[in-house]
Design a protein around this ligand. Structure first.
Ligand code: F6R
Length: 611
């Protein structure tokens, strides 16, 4: 949520900042800005409302801003509407302090009042302007010590932040600090970079430092010094990033979302191959051993959005295959309901970014109760990965489209493999079943590939339904879990109102919303449940609905539905992996046909680092 960049070196900073922001736009895109110090020592700030292209135009692709030290920001609004005035960088009076900020300062209103009493004036509605003025206040109060001013700021504020600060008095220096929001520092020959995420600096360097919570950094050309909150120097290890830079390019696809839909077979295969060796699941890299697995008597799975939907699917899979009770929670709810965590509990956190604030807070809550935590995370070295006891990395590669596809698919298979290993270690399945289940999981990429590469019928259906007002997606068991994800995908990228419903629940109220032309999509992959779901679909048809079935080949849905998308036969435990693909594709085309920004839907951001 919000992207930060910074640069000090020998090149023109503005161009590097704009390039970096273009790689971080997925984190927010309702306004953007950069601040660059010129040779006269003035800090020039340019900000625009809207997407980054407006800032690129306004600065003449950066040409208009001279100078080799600067900071930049792309915003997802929290305090104050998206506008030029509320865009970052923000500055204190007389530009003595200029800041970019990712996160939320919870006690900003009270601090703002105090600063107003002391004579400070404010031009925006943001909490970040308070950051600039508070640092300015401490900087002047303590005789111009830039590090000490930030340290005092850290003690005074509550909330989460990753902040980069330029002081007018300190040429060619940027100061950085973070708490519960990501920030990395990259080093190259004579150049230093700051960013919220690795892709922003990959073109220039792969050698990075991760700043930890409550640590400060002083950044100069080619050098970064780190301090703890007592201002003692800390030694940090440089980490070499191996991520493929081309993964952040569209490679001939019109949108990242379609590119990433096509990358799913590979993402799934890589994730499986990282854990399955010689036909057996090996969790050595994850760090969890057989004794631990045998000892747990309950699992909580926690995530947000699509990651939560993976959790709902895995509940069915774990309980059916491994016979262990599972509860699934929205991360934003988990810590507010006093979950009964014991020493025999495992909490599994699922997150693509590894930075989602709600999930990170849930992880901290679990750790407070001293229970084991295992995260399924895509971004290596992210906050959730680093704070969890055990980490199972999905190998989906960088996901750029705001709506997740390949990371969701990789999370599913990571979860299936865990469930199968739990079943094996707990003696719930024999060797033959273990082998069969692994073989079924190994076959998923090929089946996904088949659906990904036969899009014409789905595209046609998308064009037929692109103007509908309401869509209901229904199913039972795992089919319900698939509906949840299909519905979220469709509403977030196509802005069509959709709802997912447990098929049997529809008649208990929601059926009153069905009218002539409403589209009802039934998920039919669970043989033992399809008759019941088909009956529920028929109940809506009698009230005017048009029926589309997403059904496993040969399961027998075609006769009673208006339209059918067939998916390859698959073990019902793992059907979510295949059945979700047509819903992703249909959502994509509906968005394109409605002329929307598929990769950056309104009001959203890829990485949600505020609670
Ligand atoms: C939906 C989507 C979101 C994320 C959610 C969690 O397409 O992408 O619902 O799944 O914001 O994000 P991560 O997985 O990064 O914790």
């Amino acid at each position: 949520m919000c992207g930060i960049v910074g640069y000090v070196g020998g090149k023109q900073a503005s161009k590097i900042l704009l390039e970096g922001l273009s790689k971080l736009e997925y984190r927010g895109y309702d306004s953007a800005g950069i601040a660059v110090r010129n040779d006269d020592g003035n800090i020039n700030i340019v900000r625009t409302k809207g997407k980054l292209k407006n800032l690129i135009e306004k600065t003449n692709n950066g040409e208009d801003l001279e100078g080799s030290c600067g900071i930049g920001h792309t915003r997802w609004a929290t305090h104050g509407e998206p506008s030029e005035k509320n865009a970052h960088p923000h500055y204190s009076e007389k530009d003595s302090v200029v800041v970019v900020h990712n996160g939320i300062i919870e006690n900003y209103a009270e601090i703002k009042e105090k600063l107003i009493e002391k004579g400070y004036k404010f031009y925006s509605q943001t909490d970040t302007e308070v950051v600039a003025n508070l640092i300015d206040y401490y900087y002047k109060e303590i005789e111009n010590d830039p590090l000490d001013a930030i340290k005092k700021f850290m003690l005074r504020v509550r909330g989460s932040y990753a902040i980069a600060v330029m002081y007018k008095d300190c040429p060619n220096e940027i100061y950085a600090v973070r708490k519960d929001s990501p920030m990395i520092i990259g080093i190259a020959d004579g150049e230093t970079f700051i960013a919220s995420d690795v892709p922003a600096m990959l073109k220039y360097t792969r050698d990075v430092y991760y700043i930890d919570n409550m640590e400060l950094a002083k950044i100069t050309a080619g050098k970064a010094e780190f301090f703890n909150s007592d201002e003692e120097v800390i030694e940090k290890e440089l980490v070499h990033i191996t991520m493929d830079e081309t993964a952040a390019e569209k490679n001939g696809f019109e949108h990242f979302m379609m590119k990433e839909i096509h990358e799913q077979p590979e993402a799934i295969k890589k994730t499986i191959n990282s854990i399955v060796e010689d036909g057996k699941i090996n969790l050595e890299k994850v760090g969890i051993d057989a004794e631990k697995i045998k000892n747990y008597n309950q699992i909580f799975i926690v995530g947000c959005g699509s990651a939560y939907h993976v959790g709902v699917t895995l509940k069915y899979v774990f309980e059916s295959i491994a016979k262990i009770p599972v509860q699934v929670d929205f991360a934003s709810e988990f810590r507010y309901r006093s979950p009964l965590l014991t020493e025999k509990t495992l909490v599994i956190l699922i997150s693509q970014s590894g930075e989602t604030a709600d999930t990170l807070a849930a992880l901290k809550e679990a750790k407070k109760h001293n229970v084991d935590t295992l995260s399924i995370v895509n971004v290596v070295g992210s906050s959730i990965a680093r704070a969890s006891e055990y980490v199972l990395y999905t190998l989906a590669g960088p996901e750029i489209a705001v709506a997740t596809t390949k990371a969701y698919s990789a999370q599913l298979v990571a979860g299936y493999l865990l469930a199968v290993q739990f079943a094996k270690e707990r003696d719930v399945i024999d060797d033959k079943e273990y082998k069969n289940l692994i073989e079924e999981i190994n076959a998923i990429p090929e089946k996904v590939d088949e659906v990904v590469n036969t899009q014409e019928d789905i595209k046609h259906l998308a064009s037929m339904f692109s103007n509908v007002d309401d869509v209901f997606m229904i199913g039972r068991g795992i089919d319900y879990a698939i509906s949840l994800e299909g519905s979220l995908k469709m509403k977030e990228v196509s802005y069509v109102h959709t709802e997912a419903y447990a098929a049997g629940e529809l008649k208990h109220g929601t059926i009153s919303l069905i009218e002539d032309g409403t589209l009802v999509i039934g998920l039919l992959t669970q043989k033992s449940l399809i008759e019941k779901t088909l009956s529920n679909m028929q109940e809506t048809k009698s009230r005017g609905a048009r029926l589309l079935a997403v059904a496993t080949n040969g399961i027998g849905a075609a006769k009673s539905c208006d339209y059918v998308i067939n998916i390859p036969k698959i073990n019902p435990y793992f059907s979510a992996s295949v059945a979700v693909i047509p819903l992703q594709i249909m959502s994509y085309y509906m968005s394109v046909l409605r002329g929307l920004d598929v990769d950056k839907p309104r009001n959203l951001a890829k990485s949600v680092t505020v609670e």
